[in-house]
Design a protein around this ligand. Structure first.
Ligand code: DGL
Length: 257
């Protein structure tokens, strides 16, 4: 790739961030995107913050040398919660945009009983969730799911298999919640299943469209954008292909606002 076209670097531990990439491309197809899936260090959800910050810095340094991106999108709530501050200090990009649980979208919609699903690290390090937990007008509950992202990775070709486990996670909350915030980009693939499980008065939120709009406002565009998907573990290439095919087939359902 010519250095005159500066791509946007989009990063996640696996397939989750492809749901962000899908929205980025819809929002701005006139940009080059390098998607990097860090399977060697996945899952991110329960690794130590020190380890994740080190790996994210190493990965971005390597990708920076090769692709000279104009900016970075952390298509991962966990990487954002753990490292966005550090990465902004280390790398002088025009932008480093993070993905965060869309709690404020639910609050702004007047939702009062909100359930946030996320990895243990996101729930530990995301400041907004901690703040909203102390908002007297809102009952905000959180559910840490250490394994769900891996289950989604392992079953991307047959997500239906996960329905009983997803139902068992949610059933204690269903009688009293009015909204669910998907605080992990892997969980976005479950949206069609959630519509089957949830009653119509429970709304589901995620931050992907917001990330795409925010990124679009900051990017330099070119004609005829291109997408490169890369990973440090080629054995997982089939996962990325399956996930992208699913997005191509059901993207408008999976990525709907
Ligand atoms: N997709 C990621 C997120 O949004 C991380 C999943 C993982 O690696 O645990 O948090």
């Amino acid at each position: 790739m010519k250095k005159t076209r500066q791509p946007i670097l989009v990063i996640d531990s696996g397939i989750g961030g492809l749901t962000v990439l899908y929205n980025l491309v819809l929002q701005n197809p006139n940009c080059d995107y390098i998607y990097f899936a860090d399977y060697v260090n996945s899952p991110y959800g329960d690794k130590s913050a020190t380890f994740l910050r080190k790996k994210l810095i190493e990965n971005i340094k390597t990708l920076n040398k090769k692709y000279s991106p104009q900016g970075v999108v952390l298509a991962c709530n966990t990487a954002t919660a753990v490292a966005v501050g550090v990465l902004r200090r280390v790398f002088p990009y025009d932008f480093i945009i993070g993905t965060e649980p869309a709690v404020m979208s639910a609050v702004n919609d007047n939702k009062k009983n909100i359930l946030v699903l996320a990895t243990p690290n996101t729930l530990k390090y995301n400041k907004l969730i901690a703040e909203q937990c102390h908002n007297d007008n809102i009952n905000l509950e959180v559910l840490a799911l250490p394994n769900l992202a891996t289950y989604i990775e392992d079953n991307i070709d047959n997500l239906k298999l996960l329905k009983p486990i997803v139902q068992s996670y949610l059933s204690p909350f269903l009688p009293h919640i009015d909204s669910i915030v998907l605080g992990c980009t892997h969980y976005i693939y479950l949206k069609p299943m959630l519509r089957e499980i949830l009653s119509t008065d429970i709304k589901v939120y995620d931050g992907n469209v917001g990330v795409a709009k925010q990124t679009h406002r900051k990017t330099k565009s070119y004609k005829n954008g291109r997408i490169y998907v890369i990973t440090n573990d080629a054995r997982k290439g089939a996962n990325l292909i399956s996930a992208w095919n699913l997005l191509a087939k059901e993207g408008s359902i999976i990525c709907a606002e």
